[in-house]
Design a protein around this ligand. Structure first.
Ligand SMILES: [Zn+2]
Ligand SMILES: [Zn+2]
Length: 323
């Protein structure tokens, strides 16, 4: 109330913070980095050493490939194309399965992952991008520092995107919040599941250890570096068929390995598209899965850019045309 008896105007609200930084969050980030980013490196080295105890068998190879596909699809189809960009609508059971499979990859709980990735699209290759390789200075030294930062090192400590700001839609989804709350259990399931299967198949403890290593830690290591390479190398090297404001690139040669994620310039140009390959002849296993789920009626409203929108954004230079 003012001295004249007239009620004061309400104080203007402070703008909502888009990122949060505090010692507790940074402790959690460091713990996650050690547990799920450093431990898989150690596990991979151990797996190579373990070859002297038990040579790699068909069970280990099948577990590695199966778990790679399941968790990789959880990331690209679930975390990325569905939860971050809403490129299609899924039946609730599909939503839950994709969120669980993505969690098993060990790349963070679904809501945090989505918030970080939405911030990446908002600030791509400019101030605020959590993992740009292009902001660390000029020359070879700047490029190498940028690559190391964007590939891996940024995860040790970073500003945390405010999930109320970046992911309010997901916070309203009780299924997803429940899956996110159980994140550490899902990662454990992704490690122990292959160990149990291999232990039963080989009928031995050494078999169980081989399953833990190849279906768990080595699989996690390989998928992590494949996904991180999109953030690092594909914001620096590759072809750029479409105009987009950041430095995203396509790396078509890695399309199968990345389950379609390596069409990264296509994705930045048309983030609303469920298809990253865009054209039928560009391999995009993630989109094939979405199309198969749509054929079964489990997925609807699959979004793709119109040919007019694609040609409006197409670069006119020859390098772009041939990409
Ligand atoms: Zn994206
Ligand atoms: Zn990007």
């Amino acid at each position: 109330m003012s001295a004249t008896g007239v009620p004061d105007a309400p104080a203007p609200r402070a703008p909502r913070r888009t990122t949060i930084s505090n010692p507790y969050l940074h402790r959690l980030q460091r713990r996650h980095f050690l547990l799920f980013d450093i431990a898989p490196i150690i596990g991979t080295v151990a797996a190579v050493g373990f070859l002297f105890v038990q040579p790699i068998g068909i069970v280990d190879v099948v577990l590695f490939v199966t778990m790679y596909l399941l968790t990789g699809l959880g990331i690209t189809v679930g975390y990325h194309r569905l939860f971050t960009h809403r490129t299609f609508t899924a039946h609730p059971s599909v939503t839950t399965v994709l969120a669980v499979l993505g969690s098993m990859a060990g790349q963070g709980p679904v809501i945090s992952w989505v918030a970080l990735h939405r911030r990446h699209h908002e600030c791509s290759d400019s101030d605020g991008d959590p993992h740009s390789p292009n902001l660390s200075g000029d020359g070879i030294r700047g490029a190498l520092t940028g690559l190391a930062h964007s590939h891996f090192l940024w995860m040790r400590r970073h500003d945390y995107p405010n999930i109320v700001h970046y992911a309010p839609d997901l916070l309203k989804n009780r299924r997803l919040t429940r899956v996110a709350r159980l994140y550490y259990w899902w990662v454990a399931l992704g490690l122990l599941g292959p160990a149990v299967v291999a232990g039963l198949m080989y009928q031995s403890w050494t078999g169980a250890i081989a399953g833990l290593l190849w279906g768990g830690l080595v699989r996690m290591f390989v998928l992590e570096h494949v996904v991180w390479a999109i953030n690092s190398f594909l914001h620096m090297f590759g072809t750029k068929p479409y105009r987009s404001r950041e430095n995203s690139r396509n790396g078509g040669i890695f399309a199968v390995l990345t389950l379609g994620e390596s069409w990264h310039n296509n994705h930045h140009a048309f983030p609303e598209s469920a298809s990253f390959g865009l054209d039928w002849y560009r391999l995009d296993p993630g989109y094939w899965v979405i199309a198969a789920l749509a054929a079964c009626g489990l997925v609807t409203d699959v979004r793709r850019p119109t040919p007019e929108r694609m040609s409006a954004k197409r670069m006119s230079n020859r390098q772009g045309e041939s990409a």
